[in-house]
Design a protein around this ligand. Structure first.
Ligand code: PRX
Length: 649
């Protein structure tokens, strides 16, 4: 229980210099609840508006009318907020520090350089016929051109859809079609941990799929110079086109509710859904959370180790930090290459003050023992952050003690692709920390716990995490499918946004996220739908049926456990397991790699044919004694068989 946990009080020296201390947090939070319109109208002044908004909040979570609009009559341009307005004061300040996969590769890009290159790219996009409202798919390595591409789209009012560079050609194709993208921006190859990933080849393969002929051009950054095929008339070298453009491109005035980007994420059913984020509210929320949660001060070096393919990279590598005129570090590689000391070495090399990373990275380092950090001092660090999955208290303590030298508060930030920015989090100058708890709500966020019938639960308790009112960073819809948006998030509990997470609240009102309560897995902080992996498997000719569940994994948080029923006459073999593993990797991407495949002669089903995942999860976790009631199963004997096979793993 929480009261037996270590509590880390706010350090006086930290609170004295922080943007927000306890008194200020209480007052601001209260104001954000009592007078949301007044609170957000004031906060909106942190952005540069072409036309300041007068209509602040217009939102409804009612099932029959889910409609979310913020700052509706305001006009702004997101890229101008991230670039132009910094030129006078900090044109020569570093905007992006790029650290390559190879420790010898790094470079600094000033705000002025980023401005000019982004403007050139924006002009290049126009030359390719991309304009306001068009969508562009980005499938890129962690290189500055990725940030430039996002900002260039924003500059001309195009909508970007970034696809994580680890996804397969099919996943790229699905997203190009879903977003109706006329352009894909990619690179010849990406480099991670010394290995080259053939991005262009994957795009070539993706664009052979039916329905992708909407895509007319592929803009290719030369990252490695590796050999690639070339499709004349479609493919264009990035530098060749961009170099010849003017460095000035007028920023398109955009409505606050015009879309800024689409980002695909997995749900419990169906294909991944493209969440739609809009311009004004999103940018304001990303910037404000970046300033307060990371207590960002002018001149500091800030490093978020996520990939731009995920929402964390959007909000906390690119938009939040750049809107605040910060120096943001972008790392191409992985923390384990060339050695496990790399993370700390990067901190020392660039004098990083704030480090935001994922529990899985912390646990992977922790597994190598305390000495793994011996090659660095990390004495520039002032604050640490965690995101993506629950951080177990042991990993939290190790992060604090070994990486942070017991000098840095840790902000454990809970949020989602759908929320656009951080929702439940400590503010380091205001909130005493409890390892493993994301603590309390950010300004304007109204979390609550409900039981399965939607009754609000009070006090110290456990339940389903919902949010009771809108906040500016919230996704507005699912691209092209508002009905699915309503079904997924607003149909379970009337008038509330359902997060899909389970959560405990302790006697101090601190929130402890317990993980997903739906069929979504969180593997190394990557979100994946069990249904997606299952449908990939059943597309293999040997597979009659498949069920996918998560199981506790020391490093990844959750691993992928697959039960497979083979078709009639198909022989089970280790070769077939390997083949199925490759199949899923190829179909979805390496992040969906199965950890364990178990042959299942039958799956536990109710008499109406529904697979009882609860039982499969227990068997996968090796908790076979607590299976609960199996009497409603059509054939309870399949359970014994599965347990017996489990023992043989
Ligand atoms: O289950 C929660 C978990 O990650 C999910 C959201 O995943 P995604 O949309 O990919 O965004 C990840 C980065 C924001 C949530 O529903 N999650 C995220 N942060 C935390 C977390 N679980 C516990 N603690 C966190 N700090």
């Amino acid at each position: 229980m929480s009261d037996q946990q270590n509590v880390y009080p706010v350090r006086d020296d930290f609170a004295a210099n922080a943007w927000v201390d306890k008194t200020k947090y209480t007052a601001m939070y209260q104001q954000s609840m009592d007078d949301p319109e007044g609170f957000w109208a004031e906060q909106a002044k942190r952005l540069d508006w072409i036309k300041p908004p007068s209509n602040i909040k217009n939102t409804s979570f009612a099932r029959d009318n889910v409609d979310i609009r913020w700052f509706e009559d305001g006009l702004l341009n997101v890229s101008a907020n991230c670039l132009d307005r910094h030129l006078d004061k900090r044109g020569d300040q570093t905007a992006i520090i790029w650290e390559g996969d190879d420790p010898k590769d790094s470079k600094h890009i000033t705000y002025r350089e980023l401005y000019t290159r982004t403007n050139q790219l924006a002009n290049a996009l126009k030359e390719l016929g991309v304009g306001k409202g068009d969508t562009v798919t980005l499938y890129m390595p962690m290189i500055p051109e990725a940030a430039m591409a996002m900002l260039a789209c924003a500059r001309i009012g195009a909508v970007h859809s970034v696809v994580f560079g680890g996804f397969s050609p099919d996943a790229v194709a699905q997203r190009v079609i879903g977003a109706d993208s006329k352009l894909v921006i990619t690179a010849d190859e990406s480099v991670r941990g010394g290995k080259h990933v053939p991005l262009k080849e994957n795009v070539d393969a993706a664009l052979t799929r039916e329905g992708t002929d909407v895509c007319k051009n592929v803009l290719v950054v030369k990252r490695t110079g590796g050999e690639i095929d070339w499709n004349d008339g479609r493919d264009i070298w990035f530098d060749e086109l961009v170099d010849q453009q003017s460095g000035e491109c007028e920023a398109e005035p955009m409505g606050a509710e015009d879309p800024l980007f689409i980002l695909y994420t997995s749900g419990s059913t169906g294909a991944p859904k493209g969440l739609k984020h809009t311009s004004g509210g999103y940018l304001l929320y990303a910037a404000m959370t970046h300033q307060y949660v990371f207590d960002y001060h002018e001149g500091e070096v800030y490093w978020c180790s996520a990939d731009v393919g995920w929402v964390t990279g959007h909000s906390y590598i690119v938009y939040g930090p750049l809107a605040n005129g910060a120096t943001t570090l972008m790392f191409e590689g992985v923390p384990s290459y060339p050695t496990h000391g790399r993370l700390g070495e990067i901190v020392d090399k660039h004098k990083v003050n704030i480090l935001y990373t994922a529990p899985t990275a912390v646990r992977a380092l922790m597994a190598h023992g305390d000495n793994v950090m011996d090659s660095s001092k990390r004495d520039s660090l002032r604050l640490l952050g965690s995101v993506g999955e629950p951080i177990n208290p042991e990993a939290w303590e190790w992060f604090y003690r070994v990486i942070g030298n017991e000098q840095c508060p840790i902000v454990d930030t809970w949020w989602q692709t759908e929320t656009g920015g951080i929702m439940i989090t400590p503010l380091p100058g205001a909130t005493p920390l409890k390892p493993g708890s994301a603590t309390t709500a950010f300004f304007g966020v109204k979390p609550a716990l409900v039981d399965n019938e939607g009754h609000l639960l009070e006090g110290a308790t456990e339940g389903n995490l919902v949010i009771l009112d809108s906040w500016p960073g919230q996704a507005r819809s699912i691209w092209g499918d508002h009905e699915r948006f309503i079904q997924t998030y607003f149909s379970a509990y009337e008038g509330m946004y359902f997060t899909g997470d389970g959560c405990r609240r302790d006697e101090d009102g601190y929130y402890w996220i317990t993980g997903r309560v739906d069929d979504v897995l969180n593997v190394s902080g990557h979100r994946m739908g069990t249904a997606e992996i299952e449908s990939s498997l059943v597309a293999h000719s040997a597979v009659a049926e498949a069920a996918v569940v998560g199981f506790p994994h020391d490093i990844k948080g959750q691993g992928i456990y697959i039960y497979v029923t083979l078709g009639d006459g198909i022989e089970a073999s280790d070769e077939l397991k390997k083949e199925l593993t490759q199949w899923v990797r190829k179909d979805i991407g390496p992040i969906a790699s199965p950890d364990i495949i178990q042959w299942a002669p039958g799956l536990p089903k109710t008499r109406s044919g529904k697979i009882m995942r609860r039982i499969l999860r227990k068997i996968a976790a090796n908790e076979c004694d607590g299976l609960g009631d199996t009497s409603t199963l059509a054939d309870p004997s399949v359970v014994d068989e599965l347990i017996e096979h489990r023992a043989n793993q």
